[in-house]
Ligand binder design. Structure first.
Ligand SMILES: Nc1ncnc2c1ncn2[C@@H]1O[C@H](COP(=O)(O)OP(=O)(O)OP(=O)(O)O)[C@@H](O)[C@H]1O
Ligand SMILES: [Mg+2]
Length: 342
């Protein structure tokens, strides 16, 4: 990537205090933190879609909300278009909402049930003083609602009168009303029927080109990533295990965790990669994660040395792997993805 990043996280951590109760009394003081995000470096170039993937509870939403300024990082920095924003004032953060928007998983929870669709989509235009008159704002709302595949004569309805897919279209129209540059989409299709998911993804894809959007696309669904993302970051217990272009992650991935996630996809084109469902055991608690590589307790190729701090291995300008067992020199002589038990 030659472009300067639009969005960057530098060693970002977010630790939540463990809620009071029996568990917190049993733990020593320094263990009383949920290490939801633990030292994440990411960058997203303008116009790019970065997919953030990983199992439930690995910290994807926490990282997204930290980037959005909805959560304050415990450590590290968030940069947007050359400006540090994790310590921005409330006023500045409000201004930045014109550039940075979000689409959440559950549209029914993110749309005010007592407001008509017209008011919901017009509200950001009013907040950011976009448009010279109410009539102009209303025109803009009509354009937006039609652009996302609904019709202007539905604008006086309330959210509950729409299906989940239609509600998500309204949430998309609202997010795009201010013409943002960057959108965090946190599982935008996972609450929807499978048949509707593809329609919403197609819509987001078209709108990305039309509006020149940059996306952080959070999902646990790797088949969606393959379709939608330029680059992918694979997260496990608050850390990025591997990142690379979508092609690198799908065709030449190196981390045993990436491999396990890919093998778990129920898709015919991966059937020739052998057995599925290699991920055994539960994800350890983020309150007391394993030392060294956090994946080592479930990793098929782990050894004692994996309990030591891990140095990242750089495979290409874009592919970085958080596993000392993967060597870029070996990779140069073989382009096959990671093998179990080697
Ligand atoms: N406000 C909070 N207080 C305490 N712990 C929290 C809080 N928010 C999240 N966590 C914990 O942080 C960890 C990461 O949660 P997060 O919601 O970011 O994961 P996720 O990857 O988005 O999961 P999912 O795929 O289920 O949405 C989890 O262990 C979660 O229980
Ligand atoms: Mg989440």
């Amino acid at each position: 990537m030659t472009d300067d990043p639009l969005v960057e996280t530098r060693d970002v951590a977010k630790h939540f205090p463990v809620e009071s109760g029996l568990l917190s009394r049993l733990l020593s003081r320094e263990e009383q933190w949920v290490r939801a995000v633990d030292g994440v470096d990411l960058s997203i170039a303008p116009g790019e879609t970065l997919g953030l993937v990983g199992e439930s509870g690995c910290g994807k939403s926490t990282l997204g909300e930290t980037i959005l300024g909805l959560l304050e990082p415990t450590d590290g920095e968030v940069w947007y278009d050359g400006e540090r924003i994790d310590d921005a004032s409330k006023t500045r953060m409000r201004e930045l909402r014109k550039e940075i928007q979000v689409i959440f998983q559950d549209p029914s929870a993110s749309l005010n049930p007592r407001r008509r669709i017209r008011d919901i989509v017009r509200r950001p235009l009013e907040v950011h003083d976009i448009g010279d008159s109410r009539a102009e704002r209303n025109r803009r709302v009509e354009e937006l609602i039609e652009r996302v595949g609904l019709s202007a004569d539905q604008l006086d309805r309330f959210p509950h009168e729409f299906s989940g897919g239609q509600q998500q279209r309204v949430a998309i129209a609202r997010a795009l009303a201010v013409e943002p540059e960057f959108v965090v989409a946190d599982e935008p299709t996972s609450a929807l029927d499978v048949s509707v998911q593809a329609q919403i993804l197609n819509l987001l894809d078209e709108l990305q080109d039309e509006f020149g959007l940059t996306f952080l696309f959070i999902t646990h669904d790797l088949s969606v990533v393959r379709y939608f993302c330029d680059r992918v970051a694979v997260m496990y217990l608050g850390e990025i295990m591997e990142r690379g272009t979508t092609e690198e992650i799908f065709e030449h991935h190196q981390h045993p965790y990436t491999d396990a996630l890919l093998k778990a996809i129920p898709s015919t084109d991966l059937d020739d990669r052998g057995e599925r469902a290699v991920l055994e055991g539960d994800v350890p608690s983020p309150i007391d994660p394993p030392s060294g590589c956090k994946f080592r307790t479930r990793c098929p190729v782990a050894e004692e040395a994996c309990a030591e701090p891990v140095e990242e291995q750089t495979f290409s300008e874009t592919q970085v792997v958080h596993c000392w067992k993967r060597s870029p020199t070996e990779h140069a002589s073989s382009s096959s993805p990671v093998q179990d038990g080697d």
